[in-house]
Write a protein that binds this ligand. Structure first.
Ligand code: HEC
Length: 259
Protein backbone atom coordinates (compact mmCIF):
# COMPACT_ATOMS: atom_id res chain seq x y z
CA UNK A 1 0.00 0.00 0.00
CA UNK A 2 2.79 2.40 0.97
CA UNK A 3 4.57 1.67 -2.25
CA UNK A 4 1.42 2.34 -4.18
CA UNK A 5 1.07 5.77 -2.57
CA UNK A 6 4.72 6.51 -3.32
CA UNK A 7 4.17 5.54 -6.94
CA UNK A 8 1.11 7.75 -7.08
CA UNK A 9 3.16 10.72 -5.85
CA UNK A 10 5.96 10.07 -8.30
CA UNK A 11 3.54 9.87 -11.20
CA UNK A 12 1.68 13.04 -10.22
CA UNK A 13 4.93 14.96 -9.80
CA UNK A 14 5.98 13.79 -13.22
CA UNK A 15 2.75 15.05 -14.78
CA UNK A 16 2.83 18.32 -12.90
CA UNK A 17 6.44 18.81 -13.95
CA UNK A 18 5.75 18.31 -17.64
CA UNK A 19 2.60 20.42 -17.49
CA UNK A 20 4.58 23.21 -15.88
CA UNK A 21 7.49 23.07 -18.29
CA UNK A 22 5.09 23.06 -21.23
CA UNK A 23 3.13 26.03 -19.96
CA UNK A 24 6.29 27.94 -19.05
CA UNK A 25 7.72 27.79 -22.54
CA UNK A 26 4.53 28.15 -24.50
CA UNK A 27 4.07 31.42 -26.29
CA UNK A 28 0.60 32.18 -27.54
CA UNK A 29 1.22 32.25 -31.25
CA UNK A 30 -1.51 33.19 -33.66
CA UNK A 31 -3.34 30.12 -34.90
CA UNK A 32 -4.29 29.14 -38.38
CA UNK A 33 -5.17 25.84 -40.00
CA UNK A 34 -2.09 24.53 -41.79
CA UNK A 35 -3.03 22.11 -44.56
CA UNK A 36 0.28 20.24 -44.20
CA UNK A 37 -0.11 19.25 -40.57
CA UNK A 38 -1.19 15.78 -39.51
CA UNK A 39 -0.76 12.33 -40.96
CA UNK A 40 -2.53 13.12 -44.24
CA UNK A 41 -1.24 16.67 -44.44
CA UNK A 42 -0.50 18.08 -47.89
CA UNK A 43 0.64 21.45 -49.08
CA UNK A 44 -1.99 23.70 -50.56
CA UNK A 45 -0.64 24.26 -54.10
CA UNK A 46 -2.32 27.65 -54.48
CA UNK A 47 -0.88 28.81 -51.18
CA UNK A 48 2.63 27.64 -52.17
CA UNK A 49 2.42 29.51 -55.48
CA UNK A 50 1.16 32.66 -53.80
CA UNK A 51 3.80 32.21 -51.09
CA UNK A 52 6.50 32.19 -53.74
CA UNK A 53 5.04 35.39 -55.13
CA UNK A 54 5.23 37.04 -51.70
CA UNK A 55 8.79 35.83 -51.24
CA UNK A 56 10.00 36.99 -54.61
CA UNK A 57 8.18 40.34 -54.63
CA UNK A 58 8.78 41.29 -50.99
CA UNK A 59 11.17 39.20 -48.91
CA UNK A 60 13.73 38.50 -51.65
CA UNK A 61 14.80 42.15 -51.53
CA UNK A 62 16.66 41.27 -48.32
CA UNK A 63 16.50 37.51 -47.64
CA UNK A 64 18.31 34.91 -49.73
CA UNK A 65 17.19 31.29 -50.20
CA UNK A 66 20.47 29.83 -51.30
CA UNK A 67 19.50 26.15 -51.30
CA UNK A 68 16.66 26.56 -53.77
CA UNK A 69 16.97 26.30 -57.54
CA UNK A 70 14.36 27.51 -60.01
CA UNK A 71 13.71 23.92 -61.06
CA UNK A 72 12.46 23.17 -57.52
CA UNK A 73 9.48 25.41 -58.28
CA UNK A 74 8.23 22.84 -60.81
CA UNK A 75 9.03 19.69 -58.82
CA UNK A 76 6.38 17.37 -57.46
CA UNK A 77 5.40 18.07 -53.89
CA UNK A 78 6.25 21.79 -54.21
CA UNK A 79 4.43 24.74 -55.76
CA UNK A 80 4.32 22.65 -58.97
CA UNK A 81 4.43 25.57 -61.37
CA UNK A 82 4.13 24.26 -64.94
CA UNK A 83 7.66 23.81 -66.29
CA UNK A 84 7.16 26.60 -68.87
CA UNK A 85 6.20 29.02 -66.12
CA UNK A 86 9.18 27.95 -63.95
CA UNK A 87 11.45 28.60 -66.96
CA UNK A 88 9.92 32.03 -67.44
CA UNK A 89 10.38 32.80 -63.73
CA UNK A 90 14.04 31.78 -63.95
CA UNK A 91 14.58 33.81 -67.12
CA UNK A 92 13.30 36.95 -65.39
CA UNK A 93 16.45 36.95 -63.22
CA UNK A 94 19.97 37.73 -64.30
CA UNK A 95 22.95 35.70 -63.16
CA UNK A 96 26.66 36.24 -63.56
CA UNK A 97 28.37 33.61 -65.69
CA UNK A 98 31.68 33.13 -67.41
CA UNK A 99 34.41 33.71 -68.08
CA UNK A 100 33.77 33.62 -71.84
CA UNK A 101 36.40 32.98 -74.51
CA UNK A 102 37.75 36.48 -73.97
CA UNK A 103 38.13 35.82 -70.25
CA UNK A 104 35.33 38.16 -69.35
CA UNK A 105 32.40 37.56 -67.01
CA UNK A 106 28.96 38.20 -68.46
CA UNK A 107 25.36 38.18 -67.31
CA UNK A 108 22.67 35.98 -68.80
CA UNK A 109 19.07 35.09 -67.91
CA UNK A 110 18.88 32.38 -65.23
CA UNK A 111 18.06 28.79 -66.15
CA UNK A 112 16.10 26.14 -64.24
CA UNK A 113 19.37 24.71 -62.90
CA UNK A 114 20.47 28.01 -61.38
CA UNK A 115 20.14 28.70 -57.67
CA UNK A 116 17.83 31.53 -56.54
CA UNK A 117 19.66 34.81 -57.01
CA UNK A 118 20.97 36.44 -53.85
CA UNK A 119 19.90 39.95 -52.85
CA UNK A 120 23.40 40.87 -51.66
CA UNK A 121 26.92 39.98 -52.72
CA UNK A 122 27.81 38.71 -49.26
CA UNK A 123 26.89 38.81 -45.58
CA UNK A 124 28.75 42.05 -44.91
CA UNK A 125 26.93 43.86 -47.69
CA UNK A 126 23.62 42.54 -46.32
CA UNK A 127 24.45 43.85 -42.86
CA UNK A 128 25.63 47.18 -44.16
CA UNK A 129 22.32 47.68 -45.96
CA UNK A 130 20.22 46.71 -42.93
CA UNK A 131 21.63 48.78 -40.11
CA UNK A 132 24.01 46.07 -38.98
CA UNK A 133 21.41 43.28 -38.78
CA UNK A 134 21.70 40.28 -41.07
CA UNK A 135 18.51 39.14 -42.80
CA UNK A 136 18.91 35.37 -42.33
CA UNK A 137 18.83 33.02 -45.30
CA UNK A 138 15.31 31.64 -45.46
CA UNK A 139 15.96 28.18 -46.98
CA UNK A 140 15.60 26.38 -43.66
CA UNK A 141 14.53 29.22 -41.39
CA UNK A 142 11.35 27.39 -40.34
CA UNK A 143 13.55 24.69 -38.80
CA UNK A 144 15.93 27.13 -37.20
CA UNK A 145 13.34 28.83 -35.02
CA UNK A 146 11.53 27.28 -32.07
CA UNK A 147 7.84 27.65 -32.83
CA UNK A 148 8.49 27.00 -36.54
CA UNK A 149 5.65 28.03 -38.84
CA UNK A 150 3.47 29.40 -36.03
CA UNK A 151 6.30 31.69 -34.97
CA UNK A 152 6.98 33.08 -38.43
CA UNK A 153 3.26 33.45 -39.18
CA UNK A 154 2.82 35.40 -35.92
CA UNK A 155 6.01 37.45 -36.28
CA UNK A 156 4.85 38.82 -39.62
CA UNK A 157 1.65 40.04 -37.96
CA UNK A 158 3.17 40.97 -34.63
CA UNK A 159 4.20 44.58 -35.25
CA UNK A 160 2.77 47.03 -32.74
CA UNK A 161 3.51 50.43 -31.29
CA UNK A 162 6.06 50.09 -28.52
CA UNK A 163 4.53 50.29 -25.04
CA UNK A 164 4.86 53.77 -23.55
CA UNK A 165 8.09 54.18 -21.66
CA UNK A 166 10.05 51.98 -24.05
CA UNK A 167 12.21 53.93 -26.45
CA UNK A 168 13.54 52.13 -29.47
CA UNK A 169 16.77 52.96 -31.24
CA UNK A 170 16.74 54.12 -34.83
CA UNK A 171 15.84 51.23 -37.15
CA UNK A 172 14.54 49.03 -34.34
CA UNK A 173 10.89 48.00 -34.34
CA UNK A 174 8.62 46.57 -31.71
CA UNK A 175 7.27 43.09 -32.39
CA UNK A 176 5.16 41.09 -29.95
CA UNK A 177 6.60 37.75 -30.99
CA UNK A 178 10.28 38.53 -31.53
CA UNK A 179 12.60 37.36 -28.78
CA UNK A 180 13.10 40.45 -26.60
CA UNK A 181 10.43 42.24 -28.70
CA UNK A 182 13.01 44.23 -30.69
CA UNK A 183 13.57 43.52 -34.35
CA UNK A 184 15.63 45.28 -36.97
CA UNK A 185 13.26 44.43 -39.78
CA UNK A 186 10.46 46.92 -40.40
CA UNK A 187 7.04 45.32 -40.98
CA UNK A 188 7.53 43.80 -44.44
CA UNK A 189 3.85 43.30 -45.22
CA UNK A 190 0.90 45.65 -45.48
CA UNK A 191 -2.54 45.03 -46.97
CA UNK A 192 -2.49 44.99 -50.76
CA UNK A 193 1.31 45.40 -51.04
CA UNK A 194 1.19 42.86 -53.85
CA UNK A 195 -1.48 41.76 -56.26
CA UNK A 196 -1.99 38.01 -56.34
CA UNK A 197 -2.06 36.42 -59.77
CA UNK A 198 -5.02 34.21 -58.80
CA UNK A 199 -7.19 37.07 -57.51
CA UNK A 200 -6.92 36.17 -53.81
CA UNK A 201 -7.19 39.27 -51.62
CA UNK A 202 -3.68 40.09 -50.39
CA UNK A 203 -4.35 40.83 -46.71
CA UNK A 204 -1.45 40.76 -44.29
CA UNK A 205 -2.92 37.61 -42.75
CA UNK A 206 -3.26 35.86 -46.12
CA UNK A 207 0.26 36.81 -47.27
CA UNK A 208 1.71 35.72 -43.91
CA UNK A 209 0.06 32.35 -44.24
CA UNK A 210 1.10 31.86 -47.86
CA UNK A 211 4.72 32.89 -47.46
CA UNK A 212 5.07 30.77 -44.31
CA UNK A 213 3.64 27.77 -46.18
CA UNK A 214 6.21 28.41 -48.89
CA UNK A 215 9.01 28.58 -46.31
CA UNK A 216 7.78 25.32 -44.74
CA UNK A 217 8.00 23.57 -48.09
CA UNK A 218 11.48 25.00 -48.69
CA UNK A 219 12.66 23.60 -45.36
CA UNK A 220 10.88 20.28 -45.85
CA UNK A 221 10.46 19.59 -49.55
CA UNK A 222 9.78 15.89 -48.98
CA UNK A 223 7.03 16.36 -46.41
CA UNK A 224 4.31 14.89 -48.62
CA UNK A 225 6.36 11.82 -49.53
CA UNK A 226 7.18 11.33 -45.86
CA UNK A 227 3.52 11.49 -44.89
CA UNK A 228 2.66 8.91 -47.57
CA UNK A 229 5.41 6.63 -46.20
CA UNK A 230 4.17 7.08 -42.65
CA UNK A 231 0.66 6.12 -43.67
CA UNK A 232 1.91 2.98 -45.45
CA UNK A 233 3.98 2.02 -42.42
CA UNK A 234 0.95 2.30 -40.16
CA UNK A 235 -1.21 0.12 -42.45
CA UNK A 236 1.63 -2.41 -42.55
CA UNK A 237 1.90 -2.44 -38.76
CA UNK A 238 -1.84 -2.92 -38.35
CA UNK A 239 -1.83 -5.92 -40.71
CA UNK A 240 1.22 -7.32 -38.90
CA UNK A 241 -0.49 -6.92 -35.51
CA UNK A 242 -3.58 -8.78 -36.71
CA UNK A 243 -1.43 -11.63 -38.11
CA UNK A 244 0.61 -11.91 -34.93
CA UNK A 245 -2.55 -11.91 -32.85
CA UNK A 246 -4.12 -14.79 -34.75
CA UNK A 247 -0.96 -16.86 -34.84
CA UNK A 248 -0.61 -16.36 -31.08
CA UNK A 249 -4.20 -17.52 -30.58
CA UNK A 250 -3.49 -20.58 -32.67
CA UNK A 251 -0.34 -21.55 -30.80
CA UNK A 252 -1.89 -21.08 -27.37
CA UNK A 253 -5.11 -22.87 -28.28
CA UNK A 254 -3.10 -26.08 -28.52
CA UNK A 255 -1.43 -25.50 -25.14
CA UNK A 256 -4.74 -24.86 -23.42
CA UNK A 257 -6.47 -27.92 -24.86
CA UNK A 258 -3.74 -30.17 -23.45
CA UNK A 259 -4.37 -28.98 -19.88
C1 HEC B 1 14.14 45.50 -46.01
C2 HEC B 1 14.72 44.23 -45.78
C3 HEC B 1 13.84 43.07 -45.37
C4 HEC B 1 12.70 42.59 -46.00
C5 HEC B 1 12.04 43.11 -47.26
C6 HEC B 1 12.27 41.44 -45.24
N1 HEC B 1 13.11 41.24 -44.18
FE1 HEC B 1 12.95 39.77 -42.78
N2 HEC B 1 14.60 40.46 -41.85
C7 HEC B 1 15.34 41.56 -42.22
C8 HEC B 1 16.39 41.78 -41.25
C9 HEC B 1 17.44 42.88 -41.32
C10 HEC B 1 16.25 40.78 -40.26
C11 HEC B 1 17.09 40.58 -39.00
C12 HEC B 1 16.34 41.28 -37.86
C13 HEC B 1 17.04 41.20 -36.55
O1 HEC B 1 17.90 40.36 -36.36
O2 HEC B 1 16.67 42.03 -35.68
C14 HEC B 1 15.12 39.98 -40.67
C15 HEC B 1 14.65 38.87 -39.97
C16 HEC B 1 13.60 38.07 -40.34
C17 HEC B 1 13.16 36.88 -39.63
C18 HEC B 1 13.84 36.28 -38.42
C19 HEC B 1 13.40 36.79 -37.10
C20 HEC B 1 14.17 36.04 -36.03
O3 HEC B 1 13.57 35.23 -35.32
O4 HEC B 1 15.39 36.23 -35.93
C21 HEC B 1 12.10 36.37 -40.32
C22 HEC B 1 11.29 35.13 -39.98
C23 HEC B 1 11.88 37.23 -41.45
N3 HEC B 1 12.80 38.25 -41.43
C24 HEC B 1 10.89 37.01 -42.39
C25 HEC B 1 10.67 37.85 -43.48
C26 HEC B 1 9.64 37.60 -44.46
C27 HEC B 1 8.70 36.39 -44.49
C28 HEC B 1 9.72 38.62 -45.35
C29 HEC B 1 8.84 38.84 -46.56
C30 HEC B 1 7.44 38.90 -46.33
C31 HEC B 1 10.80 39.51 -44.92
N4 HEC B 1 11.35 38.99 -43.79
C32 HEC B 1 11.17 40.68 -45.58
C33 HEC B 1 15.14 42.35 -43.34
C34 HEC B 1 14.09 42.21 -44.22
Amino acid sequence: MKNLIKLFYIISFFFLGTAYSLSAEKVDYLKTDWSFKGLFGKFDRGSLQRGYQVYTEVCAACHSMKYLSYRNLAEKGGPEFPIIQAKAIAASFEVLDGPNADGEMFTRPAKLSDKFVMPYENEKAAQAANGGAYPPDMSVLVKARGGGVDYIYSLLQGYEDAPSGLTLDEGVHYNKYMYGNKIKMSAPLSDGIIEYGDGTVASVEQMSKDVTTFLMWAAEPHLEARHRMGFKAIVYLIILTVLVYFSMKKIWSRVESEV
